[in-house]
Design a binder for this molecule. Structure first.
Ligand SMILES: Cc1ncc(COP(=O)(O)O)c(C=O)c1O
Length: 208
C-alpha cells in the first residue's frame, strides 16, 4: 500500500519536504499562520496581492459575478462585459496609444505568449526568418517551455530535454555583448526580453 504523503506537490520546493508555514488568514498587509503568528506580507504574496488581503469590496464583486456568470470561454464567437471592461481599463492605463490586451493565466504563460506573438508578427510582416529571441542572464521568465528556454537561471533549465530553439542569452549587465549579438543576428531577431514585469503577478512583455 502507498505510504501516506502530502497530495499537494509544492512548486519551487523539494518534493520530499513536508514542513511548511500554513497560512490561514490575511488582512491588509498582514497574514496569520495556524499557530497564531502574525506576519507582515512585505512581498504581497508573490507580488500579486499589492491591494492587500481580505478586501470585502473585491469579495463582494467576485461573489456577484459568480452568481451572474462565473466564467465562460472567450474563444470566438464569445465575449462578456467583465473581460471587455478590464481590457478597456488596462488600455486606458497603458502608455501605448494602440495597445490591445491578451489575457493570460500566469507570468509564465504571458512570456510564452509574447515569444510566440513576436515570431508570428514577423511571419505576418513577411520576415519569417526573424525567430531569434534575445534574453539576459539572471532573468527568471517563468516555468513554461518558452520562459524556461529564455531564462537566465541555469539550474531551472536542467532536465527538461531540448528547449525552444533560437534563444540567445547575454550577460544581464553587458551592453557590449547585446550589441554584438544584435550585429550578428539582428536581422533574424524577433524579440528581446526586456520588459515591465510584475513578477509572478502577471507581466507585460515588450516585442521589439
Ligand atoms: C520576471 C518574471 N517573469 C515571469 C515570471 C513567471 O510568472 P508566474 O509565476 O506567474 O508564471 C516571474 C515570476 O516570478 C517573474 O518574476
Amino acid at each position: 500500500m502507498n505510504q501516506a504523503r502530502n497530495a499537494f506537490l509544492h512548486p519551487f520546493a523539494k518534493p520530499t519536504k513536508d514542513n511548511f508555514i500554513k497560512l490561514v488568514r490575511g488582512k491588509g498587509a498582514l497574514v496569520w499562520d495556524d499557530k497564531g503568528n502574525e506576519l507582515v506580507d512585505g512581498m504581497a504574496s508573490l507580488w500579486y496581492c499589492a491591494v492587500g488581503h481580505g478586501r470585502k469590496e473585491i469579495a463582494d464583486a467576485v461573489a456577484k459575478q459568480i452568481e451572474t456568470l462565473e466564467a465562460y470561454s472567450t474563444f470566438d464567437p464569445f465575449t462578456s462585459d467583465p473581460v471587455e471592461q478590464l481590457a478597456t481599463r488596462l488600455v486606458s492605463l497603458c502608455p501605448m496609444s494602440n495597445a490591445r490586451v491578451f489575457f493570460c493565466g500566469s507570468g509564465s504563460e504571458a512570456v510564452d505568449s509574447a515569444m510566440k506573438l513576436a515570431r508570428l508578427a514577423h511571419v505576418q510582416a513577411g520576415q519569417p526568418e526573424r525567430t531569434v529571441i534575445i534574453s539576459r542572464m539572471r532573468g527568471y521568465h517563468g516555468t513554461n517551455y518558452g520562459g524556461t528556454s529564455a531564462q537566465g537561471l541555469p539550474l531551472n533549465k536542467v532536465g527538461y530535454g531540448p528547449l525552444v530553439a533560437d534563444v540567445e542569452q547575454v550577460a544581464s549587465d553587458d551592453l557590449e555583448a547585446l550589441s554584438v549579438i544584435m550585429t550578428q543576428r539582428g536581422k533574424q531577431s524577433g524579440c528581446d526580453s526586456r520588459r515591465a514585469s510584475a513578477g509572478s503577478g502577471r507581466c507585460l512583455s515588450s516585442i521589439g
